[in-house]
Write a protein that binds this ligand. Sequence first.
Ligand code: BG6
Length: 300
Amino acid sequence: MNYPDIPILNQRFGAPGRIAFRTGEAGLPIISLVNAYGTCELSLYGGQVLSYRPTGHVPVLFTSKAAVYEPGKPIRGGIPICWPWFGPSSDKAQPLHGFARLMQWGLQATEYSSDVTEVRLALSDSELTRHFWPYAFDLTLRVWLDQRLNLALTTVNRDKRPFTLTQAFHPYFRVRQITDTTVRGLDQALYTDLLTGQTGVQQGALNIRSETDRVYLPTSPECVLQDTGIGRAIAVAFTGTRRLVVWNPWIDKAHAMPDFGDDEYQRMLCIEPANTAEDAVMLEPGARHTLSVALQASLT
Ligand code: BG6
């Protein structure tokens, strides 16, 4: 894969003390956003946030020690983007969770003010993407850092035909110990358990004590990850979908994943604002849709 030149990126898009580019693992170009509220790093490969650290906090996001940084493979951690499908493709023959997390994204713009540091990445259809999905599109990812870490993913249909997509932000939250962690804000939410196909209604806070893979329909567009081990709450607010997926692979699946440590299931939880099949987005030619998520950490 050809990567853009780091000194040129710094010259064109960098800003001293606020926006910088460097070469990361396996030569991947990494962008750092900095301001008084914290720091965040993203990879152009995958258009993927890799880390987020609000000022005065330990890191919010988890990245596996066994993660691979190889073109064609997804990076296990941070905030992968699942697009233009979430889960398996309809014919089951294409990459799980789509191809956006496997692509080199372009850099559109950077911006900063006293309170906000922002980068905009873009991905459009190419011969390569049309091999996976036969439509013309423009996809833009805005990532901006203020008191929160904010991401907005906008899809524009540039094709002559309508298309339907499913998608997700797939944040891996870092927790000190999964058994000291609860998710609040899902009480009374309907869910489908993807492991059993059963549906249910959440009673009270969600505690993770076994493999978990559920699609929730929360009653409000926000939930809170409470980590008593760290003494921290992370509010996850989202727009553009009504559904949240909660995932932890637990012991057996952790063993089966080559890019995930055997005991790392204890230190992470994924809470994913997702347009799953029930919330799929149909776009007419020229139409657009934005999925967004904002993360805010507070000490408890
Ligand atoms: C979750 C899915 O969103 O992502 C799980 O609900 C899946 O079923 C998990 O296993 C991880 O997917 P991947 O492709 O990143 O290993």
